[in-house]
Ligand binder design. Structure first.
Ligand code: UFG
Length: 336
């Protein structure tokens, strides 16, 4: 199937494009390259531009009338930036997604799969930190609120217009494509595993365990980490099983958690990292970052039932893939 991939030059969108290709589908990339990488986009038919550009969307569907589904990844995703620049985030994420959805409806696209985020649950996780799709939303940053608002709009538009939609709520995707085609590319990484890899290579002097007094089993933050390749595979299944999922679930809109169903604390992640790396890394305890939360992990039953998906790659492989990427491929790509 031909699949329109907005944000297909970004970290998750590009990895998903590879997974689509491996499964015999054809990704068509739409990306503004404001944050994405040109070398990720040009592997496929590529349109450089904005998701709210109706004329461009019209051209894409004229040139590829057989597009069967749209995967909508394109978004700004940095929480502190969203706190400092809320208008930018509401405009780029919410307003432009509404324009995209309206245009997709007019162009006859019947299947939309939206990249949502577990951050919409906020701190609303109860004492066991497990959240299901029915856990009430409590988004606590402008970024998370944009995901929450887009989901609400998408649900309402799915009911009223001609398309149906699935919102995939990601927990913490980490690692890189096991075939090393794509991976994270921030020069100054903010995610925990990329920071650990930079500490191992000496680019960052010490790892700070940010938050040691959370009500978790060892006081450090808990998250549901999943290999980005497992996440990419979930999108392929969402495309392939889209209609069957609605046959089973009903309605016009389905939210689905994508996580491993297992919580891992920062201290546990560091221990696993040191095992894979083969030696201890420099580390110290530190206060939580601004806006940090204790964390959450997924009830992933719905993904298993509707998509036949569960995570397959163990944390050790995820760490090994991240290390290869950060130490061997990323320096060549970024030229340092
Ligand atoms: N952590 C450290 N040291 C660091 C960096 C992180 O101990 O140097 C800890 C954090 O305190 C947290 C855990 O590692 O407990 C994970 O942190 P990440 O930043 O990797 O992930 P978060 O879940 O905190 O946040 C991520 C993205 C956000 C996004 C959120 C939900 O950074 O942009 O997931 O989708 F909003």
């Amino acid at each position: 199937m031909k699949v329109l991939v907005t944000g297909g030059a970004g970290y998750i969108g590009s990895t998903t494009a590879s997974a689509l290709e491996d499964a015999g589908h054809t990704p068509i990339i739409l990306d503004s390259l404001i944050r994405g990488r040109r070398e990720y986009a040009v592997r496929y038919p590529f349109y450089e531009g904005d998701i709210a550009d109706r004329e461009l969307l019209g051209r894409i569907f004229r040139e590829h009338p057989d597009i069967g589904a749209t995967l909508h990844f394109a978004a700004l995703i940095v929480v502190p930036e969203s706190v400092a620049h809320p208008y930018l985030y509401y405009h780029e994420n919410v307003v432009k997604s509404l324009e995209l959805f309206r245009a997709l409806d007019e162009l006859g696209c019947e299947r939309i799969i939206f990249s949502s985020s577990a951050s919409i649950y906020g701190s609303n996780t109860g004492s066991d930190f497990k959240v299901s799709e029915d856990t009430p939303h409590a988004p606590d940053s402008p970024y998370a609120r944009t995901k929450h608002m887009i989901e609400m709009a998408l649900e309402d538009m799915s009911r009223a217009l001609h398309f149906r939609s699935i919102a995939l709520r990601y927990f913490n995707p980490i690692g890189a494509d096991p075939a090393m085609r794509t991976g994270p590319y921030d020069e100054a990484p903010t995610h925990v595993l990329d920071i650990l890899a930079d500490v191992a290579s000496g680019r960052i002097p010490i790892f700070r365990i940010t938050g040691v007094d959370w009500p978790t089993r060892d006081g450090s933050g808990i998250r549901d980490y999943l290999h980005v390749w497992d996440l990419a595979r979930a999108h392929v299944l969402a495309v392939e099983r889209f209609d069957a999922a609605f046959d089973a679930f009903g309605g016009d809109f389905i939210p689905i958690n994508l996580g491993s169903g297992r919580g891992v604390t920062v201290r546990e992640l560091v221990a696993a990292f040191e095992t894979v790396w083969g030696k201890p890394i420099a580390k110290e305890e530190a206060p939580p970052r601004d806006g940090d939360v204790a964390g959450a992990y997924a009830s992933a039953d719905r993904a298993a039932k509707l998509l036949g998906w569960k995570t397959e790659l163990p944390l050790t492989q995820t760490i090994a893939d991240a290390l290869r990427w950060v130490h061997e491929v990323r320096p060549r790509m970024l030229g340092y």
